[in-house]
Design a protein around this ligand. Sequence first.
Ligand SMILES: C[S@@+](CC[C@H](N)C(=O)[O-])C[C@H]1O[C@@H](n2cnc3c(N)ncnc32)[C@H](O)[C@@H]1O
Length: 289
Amino acid sequence: MQTASRFLSTDPARVSARSEAAFFGALKTANNTFKSTATGRLATIDQAIIRRLDAAGAQPRRVLDLGISSGVTTLELAQALWRSGRPVAVTGTDRSMTGYLVDLPWGCRALVEPGGHILQYDLRGVPLRPWNRRLDFVTGMALVRRLIDRQLAPRARARLGVRRACSPVPLVSPRLARAGGVELVEDDIAVANRRFAARFELIRAANILNRHYFSEAGLAAAVCNVRSYLAGAGSWLAVVRTHGGGDHRGTLFRMNDAGGLDPVERWGGGSEIEAEFLSAPVSDRGATR
Ligand SMILES: C[S@@+](CC[C@H](N)C(=O)[O-])C[C@H]1O[C@@H](n2cnc3c(N)ncnc32)[C@H](O)[C@@H]1O
C-alpha cells in the first residue's frame, strides 16, 4: 500500500492496475465497503451484454454506470464497448468520489471522507489503515492503531474544511480519469437527477442496488430513478450483484414499446430485485426524496 499523497501524485501513465488495486483495496468506507473493485471482476457480464448488443445490432451511444467506487470496472466496461466498435460516451456515478487530505501535527496526514470517516493515516510517509484484520489482534497492531486513532482522528475531523490544512482529492482510478470519453458525476442514486432523464441507451447497476445499502423506500426510489434514466424503447439495463468470485446474479432487461422492462437474459438465476424493476410504475420522472 502507498500513502494517498504518494499514490495520487504519481503520473497516471505510470500507475499500474496492480498498484491501483492495492491502494483502493485498503480504503474501507464509512458504510463498510471497500473502495476497490477488483480488476476483471465484471468482465464476463460485460461480454454477455456485448453479445446481446451484437445479436440485436444495437449501437448505444450513451452509457451510465452506477455506483462505480474506484471506477476500475467502469473503465473496463468502456474499453470493452469501444473495442466492440461502439464509440460510446460513458457517465460513471457514485455518491462520493472525493476525499480530503488533511495535514496533522508531527508531519502526519490523514485521508478523510467528507463525513469525517478516516480512510488512511500517513505517518510521515508510512501508510496505516485505520481498520483491523484478525491478525492485528494477535500481533498487537490493533492496540497501536487504537492509540494512533485516538490521537489523530479528532484532530483530522476538526481540520476538515479548514482550507489551509486540507485539500480535496479525487478518489477514482487515475487510469479512468485519464481515459477520456468517461464523465464522472457525484450522484445519489436514490435522488432523481433531472439531467439523466431519458438519456441513456445502456445502464449498468452492478453491486449497488441491494437491501444492504438501501431501505425498502430507498430501493424503490432508486429503481424508479434508474428506469427513468433509460432513453426509451430498445434501451438496455443490466442489474447485477456479485456473491464472491465470479458468482454474478443478475438480469439484463430491455425496454419495450410500452415503457415496461422485459428480462432478456439472466445470470446465476437472475437479479434478486428483478421483480422490483418489473413492477415499478412506468414514469419518466423518477423519484424525489
Ligand atoms: C461495491 S461498490 C460497486 C462498484 C462496482 N460497480 C462494481 O461492481 O465493481 C458499491 C458502490 O456503490 C456506492 N453507493 C452506495 N450507495 C449509493 C447511493 N445511494 N448512490 C450512489 N452510489 C452509492 C458506494 O459508494 C460504492 O462505491
